[in-house]
Design a protein around this ligand. Structure first.
Ligand code: ADP
Ligand code: TYD
Length: 210
């Protein structure tokens, strides 16, 4: 019998610890014998990783706000078709570092109010929400300093500074209210292990109820 697959996403501001927690959750579930796929956005399939380089490197104003929405959504469509849906159908737990809620926030709020456009395109081209979304919440200055300490070539939104990070934090919290049925908010301003205990417990409870 094929077990029921599940689609779990991590959201939160840059530097909040999403990638760290997604990795620890994957290890936790694998240790239980679950078949797990750990993936990320933008990216997660060959074509989507190519689009990632287009949107996260180069000049910050390289794309218009609308073109950027199209590029993130194109990457998501490829990732969904080639990686996420086949894995869920095969009974795997898909853990994804960011998904459509990030587009609702970053493309929907950061350069004017484009949330309506993001939602329309999502409905038309994606039409799928996660089964559970874990919001790693923390104050925006801590997140920003952690993110900037990484110093990579990808720093699209980190360079926009503290105000945008604060706006994104508030936006994610209101998104958690809007989609109450799938969001769980976890306090990320603690040690990696303390946060991880909460994340793993929350997901264990969710999977046990499936
Ligand atoms: P995100 O994916 O949300 O941007 P990361 O998981 O990449 O965040 O973490 C950003 C940086 O902060 C990394 O250097 C990571 O090692 C560190 N970090 C993650 N979680 C914690 C934590 N709970 N306490 C202190 N540092 C952390
Ligand atoms: P990510 O690699 O998760 O960065 P971080 O580890 O710093 O959180 O995401 C890279 C950047 O892409 C991040 O600044 C948020 C942005 N992003 C969007 O603007 N829209 C999207 O739809 C997604 C998935 C990411």
């Amino acid at each position: 019998m094929i077990p029921k697959g599940s689609f779990i996403t991590f959201e939160g501001i840059d530097g909040s610890g999403k990638s760290t927690q997604a990795r620890k959750l994957a290890e936790h579930l694998q240790a239980q014998g679950r078949d797990v796929i750990l993936t990320r956005e933008p990216g997660g399939s060959e074509g989507a990783e190519e689009i990632r380089a287009l949107v996260l490197q180069g000049e910050p104003d390289r794309w218009s706000a609308e073109t950027e929405i199209l590029l993130f959504t194109a990457a998501r469509r490829d990732h969904l078709e080639r990686t996420i849906l086949p894995a869920i159908e095969a009974g795997k737990v898909v853990i994804c570092d960011r998904f459509a809620d990030s587009t609702r926030m970053y493309q929907g709020l950061s350069r004017g109010d484009l949330r309506g456009t993001v939602d329309q395109l999502h409905k038309l081209m994606i039409g799928r929400e996660p089964d559970m979304t874990i919001l790693i919440d923390m104050d925006s200055n801590t997140g920003l300093s952690r993110a900037l300490s990484r110093q990579g070539v990808e720093e699209r939104f980190e360079t926009f500074g503290a105000d945008l990070q604060a706006q994104m934090r508030a936006g994610f919290l209101s998104l958690a209210e809007e989609f109450k049925e799938r969001f769980v908010v976890i306090n990320g301003a603690r040690s990696i292990d303390e946060v991880s205990v909460d994340v793993c417990q929350t997901v264990d409870d969710h999977l046990a109820k499936q």
